[in-house]
Design a protein around this ligand. Structure first.
Ligand SMILES: NC(=O)c1ccc[n+]([C@@H]2O[C@H](COP(=O)([O-])OP(=O)(O)OC[C@H]3O[C@@H](n4cnc5c(N)ncnc54)[C@H](OP(=O)(O)O)[C@@H]3O)[C@@H](O)[C@H]2O)c1
Length: 331
């Protein structure tokens, strides 16, 4: 049986480590579709999973990576045929099922998304879970009535993957985007993506009451914790906050005042288990009315499987800008 390379995560004696290994197809979790992977990408969740800093993986050893894009080589499901270009994000990939950091990936056919016309395999992974999630957030915000006239939309964790692509998508939809970042030196990068203003996260003061001066029409929040509390206190009447991430903390200290006096909404965003009809709709929007215009600028680097452990540390250190695409060296 042919061997291929994969970055597999082991838990031994309480220590979680990722290493490059040679595997065969029988080593991978079962599924109807086998994909020759061309690209994957690195998300914050991948870094948490592969280092054991977050309890993401449900079993060990497990190939990491929540994203993959490639070409079908075998399918037991007539919906897919050898040669089809496809992508998979979330659905348990890299969590409970062997993931995308592998030259060969095998998945249940219900997880597979045909590559949308007009998108390359590379761009599918430049977007990956981060881009899909940013688009899901914009979609939910607008379904809940968000529009540019409500006022500026804050994007937090702005230099990260979801933040960077979120700025691009929102500015393309005509929003006045305010980037909140812990890296004020990244101002040029953020303005290049479409942010009109850049705020320094360190400059946020302590809470001055249950409500504060209402400044924002809405928000895309990748940070959680105190930042989400601040957004709740400062969002204008009828604005919505898409709650995506927890890079700054999982707890939320808030009052009901923003809800009952200002009609502010918090919209939960969960990309991994997004139902397929909505998943297909979001990918279609990403090649039409929500198409990013500055995706190249959000690619922090293109790395091989052997470079992943370094990238995990950089992500957890929060010092990067944008996203890393993983190449399997096929192009
Ligand atoms: N709900 C979902 O379905 C979903 C999907 C994808 C991602 N996520 C979550 O969304 C968040 C962002 O994901 P990502 O892939 O964009 O991650 P990322 O590329 O690592 O970006 C996270 C950003 O958050 C900021 N940050 C880092 N550490 C922080 C801290 N201690 N306090 C406050 N801010 C901090 C940094 O931006 P600045 O320096 O610019 O502030 C960093 O670049 C993560 O929590 C991730 O788990 C959720």
């Amino acid at each position: 049986m042919q061997t291929f390379r994969a970055c597999r995560v082991h838990a031994t004696g309480g220590a979680v480590t990722a290493r490059l290994e040679q595997l065969v197809l029988d080593d991978l979790a079962a599924g109807e579709v086998v994909i020759e992977a061309h690209y994957s990408s690195v998300n914050y969740k991948d870094a948490l999973a592969a280092t054991g800093k977050g309890r993401i993986m449900r079993r060990f050893p497990l190939v990491g990576g929540v994203d993959v894009a490639g070409v079908v080589t075998q399918s037991l499901d007539p919906r897919f045929r050898a040669g089809d270009a496809v992508l998979v994000t979330g659905c348990g990939l890299g969590e409970s099922h062997d993931g995308g950091f592998s030259e060969v990936v095998r998945v249940p056919s219900d997880w597979v998304v045909p590559l949308p016309a007009g998108l390359t395999l590379f761009d599918a992974m430049a977007l990956g879970t981060a881009g899909f999630t940013a688009a899901l957030a914009v979609d939910r915000l607008e379904q809940n009535g968000q529009k540019p006239e409500l006022g500026p939309v804050v994007v937090t964790g702005a230099t990260g993957g979801v933040g960077s692509i979120g700025i691009d998508l929102l500015s393309g939809r005509g929003y006045d985007v305010v980037a909140l970042t812990g890296k004020p030196a990244a101002g040029d990068y953020l303005q290049g993506l479409g942010a009109g203003r850049v705020l320094d996260r360190q400059a946020l003061g302590p809470a001055r009451g249950l409500l504060e001066s209402a400044r924002w029409g809405g928000a895309v929040d990748n940070v959680g914790g105190d930042v989400l509390s601040w957004l709740l206190r400062t969002t204008r009447p009828w604005g919505s906050i898409a709650s995506i991430g927890m890079a700054g903390g999982v707890e939320l200290h808030a009052s009901v005042m923003p809800f009952i006096l200002r009609g502010v909404s918090v919209l939960g965003i969960t990309s991994a288990n997004c139902p397929m009809p909505r998943r297909l709709k979001i990918w279609q929007r990403l090649v039409t009315d929500l198409r990013p215009t500055r995706l190249d600028a959000t690619v922090a680097g293109i790395v091989g499987l052997d470079e992943l452990p370094d990238v995990f540390e950089r992500l957890l250190g929060g010092q990067h800008r944008g996203r890393f695409v993983v190449t399997m060296g096929r192009d």
